[in-house]
Design a protein around this ligand. Structure first.
Ligand code: PEP
Ligand code: MG
Length: 528
């Protein structure tokens, strides 16, 4: 038996045979061409075919992964329409008299490097490989999916991930990958156990070998021994039982609300299935990131309206764009910042671009006519910022009234407490705002001065650090002194080591990943 370690991405246990996903490699040869016009025409035709293929993929993926995740294909369309990309390819064909495939390949390589910083390099790769395949008239070869297997991939492009048939894919092992790559997000959304960043390369000779993927422990067992098989079978059964038990807790209620953090349709569905009392954190920027662009007021209005309608009267807290840091959006964020996590991020970016901020606020207020909405601001550090926000809110409301657009006048406003500064001035903030939510993912990062994205710091990034708990204690006390409510939406709130302590300290609400709702509910019930 061989045991390989990886990083866990999506929980669950898979037992089955290994199948290596072999991507067709579309080899590109450089050729000098005589007829430049014909080559450019060939490019235009390939683009049209690619647009058609992506549209079909988009439609097919909605029932599998939800509309918001499917928007990744909108990003692919945008790459195809991107004038910088397209013009550079044409210029290369014309100036250097080279074949279209080669020009697509060269330009996409250059752009991939640039897009890597925005975590969109895999989209570029997907689009360029599609174009090269069409240009060179190669057929797309689907992989063998007829036998349920554990899929091993080097990396998985979004369009490949979406082709997965969850029934036949028992688990996914990504040799590379990051927890936030599209493939990881898809695996989670589809409930497929997955691990990434394997410590050793898997040899192809392992193809068809019996294996066990333990998503919870981030391990892969090859040729497992009888005792491991037995243990993992029991683990699988327990997981199935736990899944059944979830249904019991979905129907129960606790005095302390248990809400969900969401950023996609699929997550909202799961949150409701698991009995969420509401949506405590809608990460609105995810909708922009999925499309790789800023959304118009109308596009946003449709998304927010759909969310409030979907949640049928439950409270929905929309966090305004937390763009910046590692979340780049073309046309809004700076290309390069010395320290992005300490840069123009969240509310700072929105206050620096008031027109863009106003378009989001208008969209949220318009959607408030259809349900119970609240607005929360990320990365707050001072009451000065809150006063600026309030002035903008008044302008927006005034404009809506003048335009006779209906909205809920009683929409409440709150702030994330995720910077040490916000916690230290929470007493002042509590006089200005209606509610608060502890964003411990960032609060830990900024209090301990440790990058939350840096895997080397995993061991030191400690949610149990006394400084964090002092901050939590302080924030709860200050907010309660002003008679306001405080929830927690950072991952710490779903950590079973800390749930009861938070209840004892007086937290008013939990907002957690949808899959954690039953566990949090169960632990609160034990105390109540
Ligand atoms: C947080 O910082 O704890 C939080 C919930 O926000 P995000 O993870 O989106 O930064
Ligand atoms: Mg945060």
């Amino acid at each position: 038996m061989f045991v390989l370690d990886g990083e866990k991405v999506s929980d669950g246990t898979a037992i089955g045979r290994i199948y290596f996903y072999k991507r067709e490699s579309y080899s590109v040869q450089k050729r000098q061409i005589q007829d430049v016009d014909t080559e450019v025409k060939r490019l235009e035709e390939a683009k049209e075919v690619a647009v058609g293929e992506i549209q079909v993929l988009y439609e097919q993926s909605i029932p599998k992964i939800g509309q918001n995740n499917a928007l990744v294909f909108g990003a692919h369309q945008m790459i195809l329409e991107d004038s910088e990309f397209w013009q550079s390819v044409i210029d290369m064909v014309v100036d250097e008299c080279v074949n279209a495939e080669y020009a697509v390949w060269m330009i996409s390589q250059k752009m991939e490097d640039k897009l890597r910083r925005q975590k969109r390099a895999e989209d570029m790769k997907d689009v360029s490989e599609r174009l090269i395949r069409i240009l060179s008239k190669q057929e797309f070869v689907a992989w063998k999916e007829d036998v349920p297997s554990i899929l091993v991939v080097n990396d998985l492009l979004p369009s490949e991930a979406v082709r997965l048939n969850p029934k036949n894919i028992l688990g996914i092992v990504m040799v590379g990958g990051t927890p936030t790559s599209h493939a990881s997000i898809f695996a989670k959304a589809m409930g497929i156990p997955a691990i990434i960043a394997m410590d050793k390369l898997l040899q192809e000779e392992w193809e068809d070998t019996l294996a066990i993927l333990d998503g919870r422990a981030g391990k892969l067992y090859l040729q497992p021994e009888g005792e491991i098989i037995e243990r993992m079978r029991r683990q699988q059964e327990e997981e199935q039982c736990a899944h059944q038990q979830k249904k019991i807790f979905a129907g129960k209620r606790t005095k302390i609300c248990v809400c969900a953090n969401v950023g996609s349709d699929k997550e909202i569905e799961l949150a409701l299935e698991n009995g969420a009392d509401g949506l405590g954190l809608v990460r609105s920027e995810i909708f922009c990131l999925n499309q790789g662009k800023l959304l118009t007021e109308e596009e946003q209005f449709c998304i927010y309206k759909k969310i409030v309608e979907q949640t049928r009267g439950k409270r929905v807290v929309i966090r305004t764009w937390d763009i910046g840091g590692d979340k780049k959006v073309e046309g809004l964020t700076r290309e390069a910042e010395e320290n992005p996590a300490l840069g123009l991020r969240g509310i700072r970016l929105c206050l620096a671009k008031p027109e863009i901020f106003k378009s989001q606020l208008r969209a949220i207020f318009r959607a408030s006519a259809y349900g119970k909405l609240a607005i929360m601001f990320p990365m707050i550090t001072s009451s000065e910022e809150v006063r600026k926000i309030k002035a903008i809110l008044e302008e927006v409301k005034g404009e809506l009234r003048r335009s006779k657009l209906p909205f809920d006048e009683s929409v409440t406003i709150g702030a994330m407490l995720e910077t040490p500064a916000a916690v230290m001035v929470s007493c002042e903030l509590a006089k200005e705002l209606d509610f608060f939510s502890l964003g411990t993912n960032d609060l830990i990062q900024y209090t301990l001065a440790m990058d939350r994205q840096n895997a080397d710091l995993n061991v030191c990034y400690d949610p149990g650090h006394p400084a964090i708990w002092e901050m939590i204690r302080m924030a709860i006390k200050q907010v309660h002194t002003e008679g306001k409510q405080i929830s927690i939406c950072g991952e710490l709130g779903a950590d079973t080591r800390f749930i009861k302590e938070l209840v004892k300290m007086g937290i008013d609400e939990f907002s957690v990943v949808p899959s954690a709702i039953p566990t949090v509910r169960e632990m609160i019930l034990e105390m109540e």
